[in-house]
Design a binder for this molecule. Sequence first.
Ligand code: ADP
Ligand code: MG
Length: 245
Amino acid sequence: MNEILKVENLTKAYDDLKVLDGVDLTVSKGEVVVIVGPSGCGKSTFLRCLNGLEDIQEGSVVFNDEVINPFKGSPAKVREKIGMVFQSYELFPHKTVLQNMILAPMKVRKAKKKDAEKEALALLDRVGLLSKKDSYPRQLSGGQKQRVAIVRALMMHPEVLLLDEITAALDPEMVREVLDVVINLAKEGRTMVIVTHELSFARAVADRMIFIDGGKIVEEGAPGEFFDDPKTDRLKKFLESFSYN
Ligand code: ADP
Ligand code: MG
């Protein structure tokens, strides 16, 4: 197995509130890991610990052979390799789509403007948004903004992509267009750790499912088994709380 990300005994607290309590997870190159769990169980916190956006109390996060957490190095360098997309898009409102795309690669990766633009246009084309290159975020639908946010993350050439409930703020009719982009990334062999409440998408895209509850991984496994034959009562109850079919 070609391990790319190794989390051992990750423990994270906000003051007295212990959010993650000894989480172990190894992600292989090309693997798609999908995390589900009740609201507030620490999914976002976990993703943020993976790319050094949060400090941790115990344990470690190692990316290739580099210790990412406990954190010492340059945050920009880590985030170049571990990209993240959020529910809230985080696009710069006063920059056009194309400007949003090329900003970080030019600044962090020192890409030449011409090269960055060429790559950005190719990526926008791939997600059907070439015609929006000169639009501002406010001129886009939620689904379009999120597709821009995804390809903007790709501009950094990340080795791992972290996706945190990227369809949670979207109107239902826009969810599909965003999830289709993610499914295509999975087909290309991208390594991803995805938090989502879209269970049928999770089942389609995951190599491995993880259920977090009470700060721990309660159950994990291949999607077929995970959804059709959950072992723990907690996962059974969680799955039943969705009108999942
Ligand atoms: P999830 O993404 O699974 O809904 P979060 O990781 O956002 O859960 O939050 C886990 C817990 O940590 C929640 O109880 C939340 O209120 C708390 N929490 C998250 N971020 C902070 C913070 N910056 N400061 C204090 N508590 C936080
Ligand atoms: Mg969250």
